[in-house]
Design a protein around this ligand. Structure first.
Ligand SMILES: [Fe+2]
Length: 375
């Protein structure tokens, strides 16, 4: 906000219906370094007030038309001149008249005939008060404008922030849509793979689905985030996809496998990785599948990974795979039962199997009533 520059000379408005009364005052105050604006009646005085920067009014009381009391009242009605010093010049001595002047809002009286020294002293004193009032008023205006400026700044900052949030939200929604469509695409791919396995090897297909369901339950029991749980389920449902590349007669052979045949079977983890490695997916499906036969102590295959080298998804899948395989029937042997399967996990927890995963699995069956499908 801009303010009028401070004036060098104070301006006094002298109002009197007798020009001969104005003249000596004007001469005196001009000599004292004041600027003078003159008016010979109330209406003119109010007009001068609105057009000039007046610092004080010397106002005659008895004037034809609008008298000094009325002029004072009108000046005070305008909030801009609420604190403008007004000195009434009068020959009236009655208390009643003084009360009238005070009630109208004047700041002092000078009685005619007056002494120049006295009037100068009164003028100086009232101008000092006015200067102080102006200072305070300007300070308040500056404060107000500072408050307005800062409020505006905060408003803009808030608007920018809201805009940023909206844009980020849009980007997130777009990302979510992309991720959702990718998930759908992966789901379709996986479904096709599951069907391919089912057609060739119904046993493996059932095993994969049951292992996937158990792996999902273990992951949930461990408190893993839903995103990860979904990835584990997805990887679980195709973890033996590599078996598609193994001759069917070896897979369903009812007698003990030769060492060469077993080496061929072991290849399925690596083959699964090869099949899945180019599938665009939000989850590391190929890697989980490649690691599902690794063991915590490094005794697994195909790469003899140990402990932390094995991803958590694969550690979970390892346990669910073993439990499902042991508990369910195989073409060459009946199921060993869930108790035997759980004993295997318990016995090797911390050596072959991740102990957190093993604990979650045991809790599910023993405390939470989890059951494998068909057992
Ligand atoms: Fe496997």
């Amino acid at each position: 906000m801009l303010f009028a520059p401070a004036k060098v000379e104070p301006v006094i408005l002298i109002v009197d219906d007798q020009p001969q009364n104005i003249k000596p005052l004007e001469t005196y105050f001009v000599l004292q370094g004041y600027e003078i604006v003159k008016a010979t009646n109330g209406e003119e005085a109010l007009g001068k007030l609105s057009g000039n920067q007046i610092d004080l009014i010397l106002l005659d009381v008895i004037m034809p038309g609008m008298d000094g009391f009325e002029v004072t009242r009108r000046v005070r009605q305008d909030n801009t001149h609420r604190l403008l010093p007004i000195i009434l010049i009068t020959v009236l001595w009655e208390t009643e008249d003084r009360v009238k002047g005070i009630e109208a809002g004047c700041d002092g009286f000078i009685s005619k005939p007056f002494d120049n020294i006295e009037i100068l002293a009164r003028v100086k004193s009232l101008l000092k008060v006015k200067a102080y009032n102006d200072l305070m008023s300007n300070y308040q205006k500056e404060l107000e404008s500072e408050v307005i400026r800062r409020t505006e700044e905060s408003k803009h900052a808030l608007e920018n922030l809201q805009q940023e949030i909206t844009e980020r939200k849009k980007a997130e929604e777009q990302l979510q849509r992309t991720l959702d469509s990718l998930r759908k695409a992966v789901n379709t791919t996986i479904q096709v793979m599951v069907s391919a396995v089912e057609t060739r090897d119904p046993y493996t297909a059932g095993h994969q689905i049951r292992s996937a369901n158990l792996a999902r339950a273990i992951a949930t029991e461990m408190g893993l985030p839903p995103e990860k749980v979904e990835g584990i389920r997805m990887a679980g449902s195709i973890h033996d996809i590599g078996k598609l590349s193994i001759p069917a007669e070896i897979l369903s052979k009812p007698t003990k496998l030769s060492e060469t045949e077993f080496s061929l079977i072991k290849e399925h983890a690596r083959q699964g990785y090869e099949i899945l490695k180019n599938v665009e997916s939000p989850w590391p499906l190929a890697e989980i599948v490649r690691q599902h036969h690794e063991r915590m102590d490094g005794s697994g295959y195909p790469r003899n990974l140990k402990g932390e080298e094995i991803c958590m998804e694969a550690r979970i899948l390892a346990v669910s795979d073993v439990v499902e395989s042991m508990a369910s029937h195989r073409p060459y042997r009946p199921g060993l039962g869930i108790h035997v399967a759980l004993e295997e996990i318990e016995k090797n927890s911390g050596t072959l199997y991740d102990n957190t995963v093993a604990d979650a699995c045991l809790r599910l069956f023993r405390e939470k009533g989890f059951k494998l499908e068909g057992t």
